[in-house]
Design a binder for this molecule. Structure first.
Ligand code: AGP
Length: 608
């Protein structure tokens, strides 16, 4: 899940490549590099570390109007200068950037012969050496090389003997072409293109394209022409401007009330007390024919899916299960006709989720997508879907997209519920609850000073627990996810009932336990879990929507209480989620972590 960028045109390539890499850096920040065709030679500059390391090494701008760039998330070989892309062949005729994994690299290296000297530990470098052994047009040389590769790739190649030509190709990793005036770009995602054009073309798997300043041609691997429609991008550039916010994560946390309004916009039908979801591609009779729902995703998207499962099951009384996409895919699942499959993904490019989607469709299942990135691969391959309209999410840790997913699931639960036995009155109450959500999130944002103080109090902990029951458990899972991925505190989430079956052994005075306590029928049970932890001397931080009147026992027992507005069960995960996002954010800041680009992670996981 690296980021690749390419440019050929009349402008100087270097500033455009560096700017593109800045926008793509959230896809991997282990090393960066560029290669530019300058004075009939390929000049390559690359360095381990973030883009600013490379920029600090560039003494003089490199002239040249055609080049490629890469920002890396290491899979094969450590984050070193040598392993940074672009890779070149020994004659420096070709330069290659690659996003993906070459599974048969050892076979290909053996085929090249033992005299071939590799300068890196990467799988990708083999492409450059193989190109040097090809003859003919650049695009044919690339096609012949790719025909031998087993694995995934999004690549861009330049050739000293074709000064303004770039060849790009896709199999598994996204490649998008940007159409400019007398210039062409290509990139792993739209963020790197939107400053230069609003006209883009998505390559599909098995497609290869030749770009020159005059235009582009897309072909299938069998050389047949592939006719592509350009789509127009909405201007998303504002989202890439952090403004006065200290971090993209903070900006994306505090803009959530507006994001909720965007996700709800035009989708609440007061007349019939239901939701209006125009992109499902399902008729009313299809909705009542659904006997089961399976939700598939990864990471925070999966946790949003688990909360969504509770919403739909409780409201529409349909059995719903949420599963990690890769686990589902590799267990050879039984696909049923009257089961609705839902894949959920912010980027719309997560490889495991995409592969699960393809497995279901291959077996004849109907798949809905809850997706943020417009035009992404998952969005283009599902049978129907709900766009989240959360705007591009730049920080690697998901916040506004997670909340927008929860809102999308609440809308779907309302629609399915109203297509069954949820009354119009109940429907109207849910619409009222959804309309109230932005305000409730603002109320949680107002708790920031107290939450920040709390996170500083516990940020020395080596580990922390998050526990919850039924609806509270997915909230606990996402709370633990946020804390671990940005503060690096080892946080684990458990169903509260599971604590005494093992994890309780780890509870000491040094392991803060964040207990999620919705004000529901299980509140007394959750309070007993607090008792259990207190009995072992564990610090308890209660996150609750129960008023003090409703339960003073919480305040007596807990070392600290985060009290959020009392809301219905459909919007509680979003409200509590924001409190846990702030907790993780301030823990990470107080520990001096790289909040927007946490170590070892990347925004869009396009490899298996
Ligand atoms: C969340 O903070 C992480 N960035 C990660 O778990 C993410 O949710 C997961 O990789 C799924 O990404 P997607 O929503 O783009 O498919």
């Amino acid at each position: 899940m690296c980021g690749i960028i390419a440019y050929t045109g009349k402008q100087l390539a270097m500033p455009i490549l560096l700017d593109g890499l800045r926008r793509l850096e959230y896809r991997g920040y282990d090393s960066t590099g560029i290669s530019i065709l300058s004075r009939k030679r390929i000049k390559t500059l690359k360095a381990a570390g973030k883009l600013n390391v490379l920029e600090s090494k560039i003494n003089n701008p490199v002239s040249g109007h055609c080049g490629i760039g890469h920002t890396r998330w290491a899979t094969h070989g450590a984050p070193t200068d040598e392993n940074a892309h672009p890779h070149t062949d020994p004659t420096y005729r070709f330069a290659v950037v690659h996003n993906g994994i070459i599974e048969n690299v050892d076979t290909l290296k053996a085929r090249l012969g033992k005299d071939t000297k590799f300068t890196s530990d990467t799988d990708s470098e083999v492409i450059a050496h193989m190109l040097a052994q090809q003859t003919g047009e650049l695009i044919d040389a690339v096609r012949q090389v790719l025909a031998q590769i087993v694995g995934t790739y999004g690549i861009a190649v330049i050739d000293q003997q074709n000064p303004s030509t770039i060849v790009v190709a896709r199999n598994g990793s996204p490649v998008i072409l940007g159409i400019g005036n007398d210039e062409m770009l290509a990139a792993s995602d739209m963020s790197a293109l939107s400053r230069y054009t609003d006209q883009v073309v998505h390559l599909d798997d098995g497609e290869i394209a030749q770009l020159t300043p005059d235009g582009f041609q897309v072909m299938h691997m069998d050389s047949s022409v592939s006719h592509k429609e350009a789509i127009t991008l909405n201007d998303q550039n504002a989202h890439y401007d952090r403004g006065a916010h200290p971090h993209y994560l903070y900006k994306e946390i505090v803009e959530q009330p507006d994001i909720v309004v965007q996700t709800l916009s035009g989708r609440l039908d007061d007349r019939f007390s239901t939701a209006r979801l125009g992109g499902l591609n399902l008729e009313a009779r299809d909705l009542i024919g659904i006997k089961r729902i399976t939700i598939l995703g990864c990471g925070s998207a999966l946790y949003a899916g688990m909360a969504g499962a509770s919403m739909i099951e409780s409201l529409a009384r349909i059995p719903v299960a949420a599963e990690p996409a890769a686990e589902f895919r590799y267990r050879n699942p039984v696909i049923e006709q009257d089961t609705l499959y839902i894949v959920v993904s912010q980027s719309g490019e997560t490889f495991d989720t995409l592969a699960a989607l393809r497995e279901v469709r291959r077996k004849g299942g109907f798949v809905l997508g809850i997706v943020n990135s417009v035009g992404s691969t998952i969005a283009r391959e599902v049978d129907g879907g709900i766009y989240m309209h959360a705007g591009p999410e730049v920080s690697v840790a998901s916040t506004k997209a997670y909340t927008s997913m929860l809102v999308a699931f609440a809308l779907l639960a309302l629609l399915l519920g109203r297509s069954r036995d949820v009354s119009p009155q109940r429907g109207s109450a849910i619409i009222k609850e959804l309309k109230q959500l932005p305000e409730n999130i603002r109320a949680v944002l107002a708790l920031e000073p107290a939450i920040a103080k709390l996170s500083e109090q516990y940020n020395k902990s080596q580990s922390a627990f998050f526990i919850g029951r039924t609806n509270g458990f997915p909230i606990a899972l996402e709370g633990a996810q946020k804390l671990k991925e940005i503060s690096y505190i080892h946080a684990e989430a458990y169903p509260a009932s599971e604590l005494k079956h093992g994890p309780l052994a780890l509870v000491t005075g040094e392991t803060p336990c964040f207990v999620v306590l919705p004000n529901d029928d299980l509140l007394p049970k959750s309070i007993s879990s607090m008792e259990e932890i207190k009995a072992r001397g564990g610090p308890v931080i209660a996150l609750t929507s129960a008023t003090q009147q409703a339960s003073s026992r919480i305040d007596t027992l807990a070392d600290a209480v985060i009290r959020v507005p009392e809301t219905g069960s459909l919007t509680l995960p979003a409200v509590m989620g924001v409190a846990l996002q702030l907790l993780a954010y301030h823990s990470a800041v107080s520990l001096g972590r790289d909040v927007d680009q946490p170590r070892n992670l990347a925004k869009s996981v396009t490899v298996e």
